[in-house]
Design a protein around this ligand. Structure first.
Ligand code: HGY
Ligand code: MN
Ligand code: MN
Length: 412
């Protein structure tokens, strides 16, 4: 395909801004949690746009949406691209949404130039990538890749006990297609970096070689509620005192393994959450990450060990649930090479990079050759309503996606 083929950056940007209005927040972010009515509205909009671009749209039993542009030989496995449109509660306009709409823009561009590919192309919206409303993260692409079974996926419940299966039915996206079990020739995902490296080095494109490992835990610390006044410190069974020491250890475990180890405590719930009652129960979560699988495993081991010791010292009981383990992933060298070739052909500044964030590509890499394309985001900030990106970078990443995708859509 000739190098002067470019996507329509204005159209892509306008689509991003229009989708961002669904769940748009005061601060300019997006709150569109998985399988809420806002997610349904976003799905409906994508479906309308995809059908308007001549795609046939299907939905599988996990609510994953596939917009298919036919190729010359539709018996061949498709080349796929896509991401997610569910967001964090204080999410931004670009996380996930960019990868979905970049895929749609590739289809629109191929239509504009009457480019026919050998293989069909499918643009995918994966259900519940964020793992905010339903844990674990990326559960629907996980079912597609056989990482989880369908029952497990559909049974994931939110804090109100509503399951993915029930919510898919409620919003009208409980599809009838089997989930996965079909060949995919290649999968590409365009995404903002969600970190500071590309912007700091003034690079337009990140050629993503892989994703760091991730482990998620839930910690349940139990002590005994008692009166904040008459109960001497030395006899207390204060669940929050224990949790606080364990949380401090989580940060030490990360900072003692520089430069890549990460630890995040995103959720803390105390009970009974009353100013003059010693907390009897505390639940908190720990998200550990490292590009080195062995170091990540050791971080988890140390977290368990020190927390058990703290619980014993303070006369507390501790239950630790390991809710998600994702070893580090290396992407398919032949697809990474295609991304690099497209970047070089288009003349964009670039660097190789490992993704700090998890993506559906992690799961899809288990069943198809997979690679990702990163573009910078402002100040490296994401999972924040101020998330922002430059229009020209958003367009550049989509140009790279266009050329890499079409290269593979024309390989027999
Ligand atoms: O957790 C992650 O890295 C992704 O944003 N779900
Ligand atoms: Mn994302
Ligand atoms: Mn995210």
């Amino acid at each position: 395909m000739t190098t002067n083929l470019r996507i329509d950056g204005d159209r892509l940007w306008d689509s991003l801004m229009e989708l961002a209005e669904i769940g748009g927040t005061e601060k300019g972010g997006v709150c569109r949690l998985a399988l809420t009515d806002l997610d349904r509205q976003g799905r409906d909009l994508f479906k309308r746009w995809a059908e308007g671009a001549g795609c046939s749209v299907s939905v599988d039993k996990m609510g994953n949406i596939f917009a298919r542009r036919p190729g010359k030989d539709n018996s061949l496995p498709p080349v796929m691209t896509g991401s997610h449109i569910d967001t964090q509660p204080t999410g931004g306009k670009f996380d996930g949404n960019y990868g979905v709409l970049a895929g749609l823009e590739v289809v629109r561009t191929l239509n504009d130039f009457n480019v026919e590919t050998l293989r069909p192309i499918e643009v995918v919206v994966w259900t519940n990538e964020e793992g905010s409303r339903f844990q674990p993260s990326m559960v629907a692409s996980g079912v597609f890749a056989g990482v989880f079974d369908l029952d497990y996926g559909l049974s994931r419940a939110d804090t109100e006990g509503k399951t993915i299966g029930e919510e898919l039915k409620r919003i009208g996206y409980a599809g009838d297609r089997p989930v996965g079990g079909r060949k995919v020739a290649a999968f590409f995902e365009a995404h903002i970096e969600q970190g500071p490296i590309l912007e700091a080095e003034n690079k337009t494109i990140g050629v993503v070689e892989g994703v760091q490992g991730i482990r998620w835990y839930e910690f349940y610390v139990t002590g005994q509620e008692a009166h904040a006044g008459p109960t001497p410190m030395k006899v207390r069974k204060d669940a929050l005192q224990g949790a606080a020491r364990m949380i401090t250890e989580a940060y030490r475990i990360a900072t003692s393994r520089p430069p890549n180890a990460c630890a995040t405590v995103g959720v803390i719930e105390g009970f009974p959450n009353s100013i003059n009652v010693i907390p009897g129960r505390v639940k908190f979560t720990v998200d550990l990450r490292n590009p080195d699988g062995d170091v990540l495993t050791d971080m988890g081991r140390e977290m368990r060990e020190v927390s058990g010791k703290i619980a014993k010292d303070l006369g507390l009981t501790l239950e630790i649930k390991e809710i998600w383990v994702n070893p580090p992933v290396k992407f398919a060298p032949e697809l990474v090479k295609s991304v690099q070739t497209a970047v070089d052909k288009l003349g964009y500044s670039n660097r190789r990079i490992i993704s700090g964030a998890g993506h559906d590509s992690v799961n899809i890499s288990k069943v198809a050759p997979t690679a990702m394309i990163f573009v910078p985001c402002k100040d490296g900030i994401s999972h924040n309503e101020i998330e922002d990106a430059k229009k020209e970078d958003i367009a550049a990443g989509c140009d790279v996606l266009l050329h890499a995708l079409v290269e593979h859509a024309n390989i027999v």
